[in-house]
Design a protein. Structure first.
Length: 270
């Protein structure tokens, strides 16, 4: 049976490709985009694939947009929309950190609260939080983004326990580095404020942020996993892709229990 699926952040990246794939799969998709200007392009892409995609403007920071979405009958909510800021958490301007949290945490939670109320009334539904491996382990120079995803992990786990008695499933999807352009934009974002003449973080240390995304995976693999999570009747709570990223997360979490602090001047281990 076809499901009605709301995907946020469908103007680009995973969200866009998953919306089109789910449409082709026979699902009833509401592709939510941040800017109204993105609507014609996405509808054209759907038409080129022989489908008719419902595209809605949904800014997570707009109360009016969130309230409108709360009135839709949704079987599966895919919380995919997010923003990122790169740079040392010790120096990044706090207004940028607040903005990341407003979108990734508070905007996402507010939308979800509105949507799950109708799911609870029907006694069924599914919420998928697109988190990140950064929600499970935090590396250097991605602290703002990682902190927001760690917060999202806490929300998702609590919500999973709370909504299970009401017939609503909650799951997380944790992508590693995929080549959608999101990571590259997050790396470049530090150029808006970082000044080696004013900040103590050295350029050679900051270069580690660029190296982190030197190799990225094919987004098609993650989109396939996302489509499966939407269409399957059940599945695991936590879903980390690809396998090497799951292995990395598990290793880092084990290491955290035994890792000692480096001596002064020896750098960090993140």
């Amino acid at each position: 049976m076809a499901k009605t699926v709301l995907i946020t952040g469908a103007g680009s990246g995973f969200g866009r490709d998953a919306a089109l794939e789910l449409m082709a799969n026979g699902q009833s998709v509401i592709a939510a985009v941040h800017h109204a200007e993105q609507i014609p392009e996405l509808k054209s892409a759907a038409a080129a694939r022989g489908g008719d995609l419902r595209v809605e403007k949904l800014d997570l920071l707009s109360e009016a947009d969130r309230q409108a979405a709360a009135g839709w009958d949704i079987d599966v909510l895919v919380n995919n929309a997010a923003i990122g800021e790169g740079g040392p958490i010790s120096e990044i301007p706090l207004d940028l950190v607040r903005r990341v949290f407003e979108v990734n945490v508070f905007g996402t939670l507010s939308l979800t609260q509105g949507v799950v109320r109708r799911m609870v009334e029907r006694g069924r539904g599914r919420v998928i939080f697109v988190s990140s491996i950064a929600g499970l382990t935090a590396g250097s120079y991605l602290g703002a983004y990682a902190a927001s995803k760690h917060a999202l992990e806490g929300i998702a786990e609590s919500m999973s326990n709370e909504l299970a008695p009401h017939g609503v499933q909650v799951a997380t999807l944790n992508p590693g580095p995929y080549g959608t352009g999101f990571n590259d934009e997050m790396v470049r974002s530090r150029d808006r404020w970082y000044d080696p003449a004013r900040h103590f973080t050295r350029p050679q240390d900051m270069a580690r942020l660029d190296e982190r995304f030197a190799t990225q995976h094919d987004p098609a693999d993650l989109v396939k996993a996302m489509v499966h999570m939407v269409t399957a009747d059940s599945g695991r709570y936590r879903n980390v892709h690809p396998q090497e990223s799951e292995d990395l997360v598990r290793q880092r979490q084990r290491d955290a229990w035994t890792r000692t602090q480096p001596l002064p001047g020896n750098g960090d281990t993140g």
